[in-house]
Write a protein that binds this ligand. Sequence first.
Ligand code: NAD
Ligand code: GLY
Length: 364
Amino acid sequence: MKTVTQTLNVALGERSYPIHIGTDVLSRPELVLPFLAQKRVVVVTNTTVAPLYLDEFRSGLEKCGIETLPVVLPDGEQYKTWETLNLIFDALLAARCERNTTLIALGGGVIGDMGGFAAACYQRGMPFIQVPTTLLSQVDSSVGGKTAINHPMGKNMVGAFYQPRLVLADLSTLDTLPDRELKAGLAEVIKYGLIRDPDFFVWLEANLEKLLVRDKSALAYAVHRSCANKAEVVAADERESGERALLNLGHTFGHAIETGLGYGEWLHGEAVAAGTLIAAELSCRLGWIDADSVARIEKIFVRSGLPVKAPDLGAARYLELMSHDKKVQDGKLRLVLLREIGKAVVSDAATTAQMVDAIEARCT
Ligand code: NAD
Ligand code: GLY
């Protein structure tokens, strides 16, 4: 099914950019051409996405006289590293790419985060375009300019804020996404309902099955509404000095799960789901939300096929991993917690003992 292309704007002054969401945007070079400073682009992708979408994406541009240089990386969160980043720099240098050559990331959040970081660094910054092909990257990681690689001691620890000039989210690419990845993306969709959009949460409760069977109009609505929420937050707080931190609901615990288990063992969205339940449990223990709200949150994640129990790394290991969180301020951990469904806050109210209790209550 085709959907009408919808366009949103991320309002960041002279660095503002459009997000186009539709079912054929991958093969519409006219959407890309106005953003190119040169008749040459580098397309960074991976071994899974390249056979599916690289030719389709390249051929449109090539027909318009744009030379496209593909850089195909190994696939997986475990490759979001310095070594892989260097493969991008090697390719850029070997091809004598210039400061005005545009780097286009075609793939999920791993490719988007690494491609964006490479673009931020190469010759101190080259133009960058995001073409996200997973639900998670279409609703979250391609928008807002956070780019990074992982460090063995912490997730996304080395990176830069670097905004794309354009985001093209083609919903038809979601047809080939494995079920497990689609479900992982739902964790970040549900996040927007929980932190700031209670009506969207109600819509998700009513329409979850449509998303699970990949109904295009439901997906178009969910991607658009998620991006609208994200664009508003990013426009208000690009560098995360305040409200943007709310987008990290469940992530402090989730990143601990990903790092603690080894990158790639649990998907990012799965770790966020289990982490969100720990955050909800803690919010309940602080008397901020009631047990019925926790049950309601648990239910939507269970219906999404996402984990609601975290792996038992031991509370002490969780706390150690969480001490590297980017929200730590003056040595004190701050967490995103819920005041109600649809209202999150950043808080240092929880004691270590309360955190331990919540973690232990929500581990398998
Ligand atoms: P991913 O990039 O690993 O993609 C998931 C899997 O799907 C991969 O195997 C990929 O090759 C494959 N794939 C991609 N598109 C496909 C398609 N259309 N059909 C079939 N297979 C396809 O994972 P993700 O969930 O997209 O992103 C997770 C990453 O995003 C994490 O590293 C996380 O830290 C990061 N992230 C960043 C931000 C941000 O603001 N920058 C926000 C959220 C998450
Ligand atoms: N995904 C969290 C953020 O973009 O801030």
